[in-house]
Structures are given as C-alpha cells and as structure tokens.
Design a protein around this ligand. Structure first.
Ligand code: 5AD
Ligand code: SF4
Ligand code: FES
Length: 366
C-alpha cells in the first residue's frame, strides 16, 4: 500500500482487510502524520459525568430513558465546582461537562450557572466543553455567552438509514446535523464522532463517517467502539449482527489512523470505550494518531451509574488515580502531556485567525 497517496476511496478496502502487515503499516504511517501535524503532546480534558438522567431512548445506550434499572443521579453544583477546581489544579487546561439529555428550563438554568462557576473557580482560565445533546439555538447561545467554548455532539453514524435503525422514530438525524451547524455558527469549537462496529454498519458507512467529518469541517473527533449494554434493545435483539470484540477494536484503531491520515491537523480523542476492549486501548489509539485523552474526574460515588455501556474502566478509582495512571501511560509510549493549555487543534487555530479578520465570533487559547 502506498500510504502517501491514500484517498477516501481506499477506506472500505482497508477497513475490510484482515492483513496484519497492512494494519501495522497503516498505524505506523498515521503516527508519522500525527507527529508532523499535531506533534506528540497529549492534551487532557477532564470529564465530568454530570448526570445520567436522559429524555432520549437510543437503542444502544445503558442510560436511555426506558432503562428502569439505571439508578439516576445528578451531581450538585458544589461537586461540579470541586471537580473543576481539581482539574485546574492538576494542570488540565479544560473540562468536559457531559450528561444525558434534558431540555427543561431548570436544567438549562443550572447548566448556565455551572458554566459560570467553573470559570470562577479557575479565575477564568479553565476551558469549558459541553456535551449535553440536542438543544435549541437559543440555549446553545446562552451557554456560549456564559463561557462555554466547545461542544461535543456525536452524529453516532453518518448514515441516515443506520441512524434510523439505532434510534426511535422521533430521534431525527437531520436535526442532529442541524444542531452541529448551529453550534459552529455560534462560534463553538465543535466536535462530533461515531460509534464503530455497530450492528449492520458497513465499511462504506464508516468511510462515509470520515467524509462527514471532512464535509462538516470538524476540528474535534471522538469515536470509539460500540459496546453492548445488556439492558438495551440493541444488545438483546440483534445478537447475530454483532461483530466480535477483536473486530470492533481493530476497526476502531483503523478509523483513528485513517482519520488522522486523511484529515491531518484535527484533534482526535483516544476514547475510554477503547480501553474496555483492550487494557492498553487508549495508548494504542495514541500510537494510531489520536492526541486527546479525557480522564474521568467524576466523583467515584457516581461512576458506576454512568454506564452508557458495560465494562467501563475505573469505576472505583478516584479522579487523582486516573490522572496519575494516564500520565504514566502516556510517558510509557514516549509522549508528553500538554499542561495548562486548552490544546486547540491547529485546524481550528487557522480558522480562528481567518475569522478574526471577519466578524465571526471565536474564542480561542491565544
Ligand atoms: N457503546 C459505545 N458508546 C456508546 N455511547 C452510548 N452508548 C454506547 C455504547 N453502548 C456513546 C455515544 C454517545 C456518547 C456519549 O456515548 O456515542 O454520544
Ligand atoms: Fe441519552 Fe446520549 Fe444515551 Fe442517547 S446516547 S440515551 S441521548 S445519554
Ligand atoms: Fe483510571 Fe487508569 S485511567 S485508573
């Protein structure tokens, strides 16, 4: 394979290949591209799993509305502020506030206050990323005005047909795409991503996912393997359509590598789900082109209940333990941790510079 001339048309063949030499060659080339485009500094985003209450009913997710066996929680504002302070003191440039989806007024107001508090505890320094699902343009704007600057909203799959098989009829693919456009228009650094190895997902669908990232001009990408949760319709009803764990893991690493090679200067997360399928999953993703890690900084008493999927690592660990552990893992593979920086992608920085010359609002690290 001539990696230098790799194009989007080659993606399906590479994803379908079972050749070990090709697999390793792909990962090595992607690592080379990573070193030349974003370097070998890994940025941390402290992940605060704020609440597992969700009004949605995605067929694959363990905290979906209809899962009666999930024990629901919401962190208190003081707990969120403490988590932010901890992240800041440990040198994490930014935090991600993530939760199940809610659109009621009380939730929107509380989140607005939380953003303000997270800013306050860090003297305005901590970067704030939200991952709170689909909201109205007004709400996205309000949270931006309160101080959030990045938003993560996974498209889950870029295939509208597959999206429809994984969600109830009132979960609308078009609306999700629209949300991504609105977020970008407001000035958020916008991230998206997909699950890999979903039942009925084809190599063509996954190739389409990378094209989607390109077409939407996305700077931050978070993708990970689909992992079963036994209390969900997708795990109980589609056994014959599931790929093996090994297949899903290899596919995920290939997707990280292909995205790095084809999109070059974007930020790509080594997601926690990878570590469920392989104990060194996140390090392997860093060696395949990823450059972002999201240490879990949720207080340990809530962790076992934020189960989007089963087998999540670090259920009993305290935030400091995960930080130390990830630091060591990163050094072990010869990379460096980027401390006290937001760690914007080079691609975003370039666009921000161009936009300052026009009237588009941007908020960046400079
Ligand atoms: N396996 C892997 N990822 C999942 N997510 C939800 N359920 C699962 C699962 N069973 C992911 C979705 C969502 C993110 C917060 O978690 O991609 O966007
Ligand atoms: Fe809710 Fe997100 Fe889970 Fe869907 S994937 S049920 S929106 S938490
Ligand atoms: Fe949590 Fe290793 S990442 S203990």
């Amino acid at each position: 394979m001539k990696w230098e001339t790799l194009g989007f048309n080659d993606i399906p063949d590479i994803l379908n290949s079972v050749d070990d030499g090709l697999f390793q060659g792909l990962l090595d080339y992607a690592y080379d591209v990573k070193r030349k485009t974003v370097g070998t500094k890994v940025y941390f985003r402290g992940l605060i799993e704020y609440s597992n209450i969700c009004i949605k009913n995605c067929y694959y997710c363990g905290i979906r509305r209809d899962n009666r066996s999930a024990r629901r929680y919401t962190m208190t504002p003081a707990e969120v502020a403490d988590a932010g302070m901890l992240a800041y003191r440990q040198g994490m440039g930014s935090v991600v506030l993530q939760s199940g989806e809610r659109t009621d007024g009380a939730f929107i107001d509380t989140v607005t206050d939380l953003i303000v508090r997270l800013k306050e505890v860090s003297g305005g320094k901590l970067g704030i990323t939200l991952s709170l699902g689909e909201q109205s343009p007004d709400v996205y704007r309000r949270w931006f005005d309160a101080g959030a600057h990045r938003y993560l909203l996974r498209i889950e799959t870029s295939s509208p047909a597959l999206y429809a098989r994984l969600h109830p009829a009132d979960h609308d693919y078009g609306r999700r795409v629209e949300c991504l456009s609105v977020l970008k228009g407001i000035g958020y650094q916008t991230g998206t991503g997909v699950m890999i190895g979903l039942p009925y997902q084809t190599a063509g669908d996954l190739a389409g996912d990378i094209e989607f990232f390109r077409d939407m001009d996305i700077d931050m990408i978070g993708m990970g393997p689909y992992i079963l949760h036994s209390d969900t319709p997708l795990a109980s009803g589609f056994e014959d359509a599931h790929a093996t764990q090994t297949e899903r893991f290899r596919l995920s690493l290939k997707m990280v590598a292909l995205t790095r090679i084809l999109l070059r200067d974007v930020n790509i997360a080594a997601t926690t789900a990878l570590q469920v399928l392989d104990p060194a999953g996140r390090e392997k993703a860093l060696r395949a082109g990823a450059n972002i890690i999201m240490p879990n900084i949720t207080p340990s008493k809530y962790r076992p209940d934020y189960t989007l999927y089963q087998g999540k690592p670090c259920a009993d660990e305290e935030p400091e333990q995960c930080m130390g552990c990830l630091n060591a893992r990163i050094r072990m593979i010869g990379e460096e941790v980027g401390l006290n920086e937001w760690g914007d992608s080079p691609r975003f920085k370039e666009r921000a510079e161009a936009a300052t010359a026009s009237s588009i609002p941007v908020r960046n690290d400079t």
